[in-house]
Design a protein around this ligand. Structure first.
Ligand SMILES: C[S@@+](CC[C@H](N)C(=O)[O-])C[C@H]1O[C@@H](n2cnc3c(N)ncnc32)[C@H](O)[C@@H]1O
Length: 320
């Protein structure tokens, strides 16, 4: 299937600079927030003012905040009450700053998304934009000996929660099954011709690259969505035609450790962006027919016949 490809220049400034005064200070505690410019670029590209944007896994509400600042309306769901509360606080801040868009956040499992949205709003969203969780332990933030008075570097804010039912904490195959269910509900929420944008990343387990983006692409198709574009959203800046990397402490450490062990790892400075559409003829919202996807190493076909992700054993103690 031919899909168009492009690169989004989404990190001309750092994440803290992009967040500016639009987010409450507590928001820093979320370990895997979307870069605001990625959300803003997608919203500007695929919607018009007054349109409805949906994020079924909205974390602290980056996509919703960017939507209301651009005059769109938004609906978000989030499993963890502490992140849903922060998303509401960020939207209240946006209201105080005078935005015209309106947004709501419901704390729920997004697999039951449709039961929380009145039927008359089904089929009305112009854009779904979301990012699945990347495993129980993500990079988080570090504090140095100078800041803490303790020996060595202290890692903080690197977990979504300790709830085993959070999709960050299930096996990759279960995550993909659940994400297919969530995208199926999102398809019902989209208006015909509407767009779904999913940002995701591959990760390594013992040096082996696990191709989550391709598995998410298959999840979208299994949910009845049509792949339209495959893009790259830069996490690096561009200066004088050169990429300026903005790695976290742990990204640098992981790369250095891998290279010391003889693995030629490179810094990943982009998100994979998968863009789908709901077909204009898709009026009845018939159920998806394909089998849920499975994950594989990059460059290989997903092992559908045998099932199971190659990373499942070492799996998901650490997806990044
Ligand atoms: C990658 S984060 C999204 C971050 C968000 N884009 C932001 O900028 O804050 C994925 C989110 O999915 C949430 N999540 C996990 N399982 C979920 C489920 N079943 N339903 C809804 N949200 C879920 C996690 O708690 C996490 O906040």
């Amino acid at each position: 299937m031919s899909v168009s490809k492009s690169v989004w220049n989404t990190a001309p400034t750092s994440a803290p600079a992009q967040r500016g005064n639009r987010y409450t200070t507590g928001s820093a505690a979320h370990p895997a927030k979307m870069l605001p410019a990625i959300a803003a670029h997608a919203i500007r590209t695929y919607t018009q003012p007054g349109d409805l944007v949906l994020d079924p896994m909205c974390g602290i509400g980056t996509t919703l905040v960017e939507a209301v600042h651009l005059g769109r309306h938004a609906i978000g769901t989030e499993y963890e009450s502490k992140w849903a509360k922060l998303a509401r606080a960020n939207l209240a801040l946006a209201t105080r700053q005078g935005v015209t868009g309106h947004a709501t956040v419901t704390c729920t499992d997004a697999r039951h998304l449709l039961t929380h949205i009145p039927p008359e709003r089904h089929g009305t969203a112009a854009l779904v934009i979301t990012s699945p969780p990347y495993g129980p332990s993500v990079h988080g933030q570090v504090r140095s000996t100078r800041e803490t008075g303790q020996r060595g570097v202290v890692k903080q804010h690197y977990r979504y929660s300790r709830d085993p039912h959070n999709l960050a904490h299930v096996s990759t195959d279960k995550l993909l099954d659940a994400f297919t269910q969530i995208l199926t509900q999102c398809r019902t929420m989209l208006r015909p011709g509407g767009t779904a944008v999913v940002t995701t990343r591959p990760w390594r387990t013992r040096g082996e690259l696990i191709d989550l983006p391709s598995a998410v692409l298959a999840a979208g198709q299994a949910a009845g969505l049509t792949p339209a574009e495959r893009c790259v959203a830069l996490l690096a800046g561009i200066r004088d035609s050169r990429l300026i990397a903005r790695p976290s402490f742990f990204q640098m450490k992981n790369v250095r450790d891998a290279r010391r062990a003889g693995i030629p790892l490179h810094l990943v400075q982009h998100e994979d962006v998968l863009v789908f559409t709901r077909h204009t003829q898709d009026l009845a919202g018939h159920p998806a027919t394909s089998r849920p996807p499975r994950c594989s190493s990059r460059g290989q076909h997903p092992p559908r016949s045998t099932g199971g992700c190659r990373a499942r054993r070492a799996d998901d103690r650490r997806r990044r």
